[in-house]
Design a protein around this ligand. Structure first.
Ligand SMILES: NC(=O)c1ccc[n+]([C@@H]2O[C@H](COP(=O)([O-])OP(=O)(O)OC[C@H]3O[C@@H](n4cnc5c(N)ncnc54)[C@H](O)[C@@H]3O)[C@@H](O)[C@H]2O)c1
Length: 357
């Protein structure tokens, strides 16, 4: 019979976050014996933690020595999804990135190396850290694409260092390490403004999809940089959760798998789809490129995950977007509450207190 999480003891570090909380809900459907979430709520809101008898929540940093000592010695699976979200925050405060995105990986792996019952340790690696930075006919990025030593953000460096530490613990200590290289995840549960202020407006405007949806639902012009020619590989969060489960249950220790749709979508296409689904007829606002962002076109090659894990993204972009827009409408009060935590730093957010569509 195929392996599942039934009766297993699972750890999800960063499990209160966007992807983590979706993953937790999917794993819970398979009835694990115990599921521990360790999260310091730096970029998460407690509303995303499911109220379930198998769930134990530890509200702390994974870099805390006591928390590390108290990790169960009979773990079956561990996920490491904690990060310092995201690129702009890490540029603003590289040391905070180091503390939450780098030393966290090292300390966690140092602890996990001693847990002999572990079947897999799955790490959230970032496709953006390896994608070729071109606007000139990008190719789908494969898992073994060459990696540059020159990076646009401390976040990007930290994500790669996490892969390298994990590889080291795999080679030296036999830690059963599997890397999941994420493409651009979107979907229900990504709450704008969730967590603590991280020094820039990106604390609120986390990612392009939820930002566009929020603005479109409020009748605003969607800001599209550089003609909207940049492209991303958007993967719906439920597909991502299934891919992460496949990495734990069927991934080969030491291996790496792209988790993406393999479909290239331009930012202009995204903006047009969001406007249509949100019935927003305000024209798109074209803006110049951000100075640090030279990411260009990028999408991952999903063939290895398909062949080796039997994993394939199933939710088409338009359908995933439709479900995300619906969720954003329904959860508007919760999203607004999280955004307004930062109104002291971003007084312009006040305009959302009264204008809902
Ligand atoms: N969402 C994407 O498109 C994407 C793309 C590439 C890689 N990733 C990676 O996937 C993972 C999850 O991303 P997400 O989009 O869900 O982000 P997220 O910010 O929602 O999740 C990260 C979680 O880590 C927690 N955290 C931060 N520092 C911590 C610490 N010191 N100890 C314990 N918990 C801590 C945060 O509170 C949050 O819950 C991250 O590692 C991210 O780098 C995401």
């Amino acid at each position: 019979m195929a392996e599942t999480f039934e009766g297993r003891n699972v750890l999800v570090v960063g499990g209160a976050g966007f992807v983590g909380s979706n993953l937790v809900r999917f794993i819970l459907k398979q009835q694990p014996r115990k599921l521990t979430i360790i999260d310091n709520f730096l970029s998460a809101d407690p509303i995303n933690v499911p109220d379930h008898p198998a769930v134990r929540l530890v509200s702390s940093s994974i870099a805390n020595d006591r928390v590390l000592r108290e990790i169960d010695d009979d773990l079956d699976y561990a996920y490491h999804l904690a990060c310092y979200h995201g690129n702009q925050s890490s540029i603003h405060d590289p040391l905070a990135d180091h503390e939450n995105n780098n030393i966290t990986s090292l300390k966690l792996f140092e602890r996990l190396k001693d847990i002999k019952s572990l079947k897999k340790v799955v790490y959230a690696a970032a496709g953006c850290a390896v994608a070729a930075k071109t606007f000139d006919g990008a190719q789908a990025t494969k898992e073994d694409a060459p990696v540059s030593l020159f990076h646009d953000s401390p976040y990007s460096i930290s994500k790669l260092v996490g892969e390298m530490y994990g590889n080291y613990y795999f080679m030296r200590h036999g830690m059963p390490f599997v890397k999941a290289r994420f493409q651009n995840v979107y979907g229900p549960g990504e709450i704008l403004g969730a967590g603590r202020w991280r020094g820039t407006p990106a604390t609120v405007w986390r990612n392009v999809t939820p930002t566009f949806i929020w603005k479109a639902l409020h009748g605003e012009a969607l800001p599209v940089e550089n003609g909207g020619i940049a492209s991303r590989d958007f993967i719906f969060v439920e597909d991502m959760a299934r891919g992460l489960m496949a990495c734990a249950l069927r991934g080969e220790p030491g291996e790496i798998y792209n988790l993406g749709s393999g479909v290239e979508t331009t930012i202009l296409e995204l903006a047009e789809r969001v406007n249509e689904l949100s019935a927003n007829d305000t024209a798109i606002a074209m803006t110049p490129a951000r100075d640090w962002d030279r990411s260009g076109q990028r999408f991952g090659d999903p063939s290895k995950a398909r062949e080796k894990l039997g994993f394939e993204a199933q939710v088409p972009h338009l359908e995933g977007l439709r479900r995300t827009v619906e969720w954003a409408r329904e959860f508007r009060p919760c999203i607004l509450r999280c955004m307004m935590q930062h109104v002291h730093f971003l007084p312009e957010l006040r305009r959302y207190e009264s204008t809902a569509r």
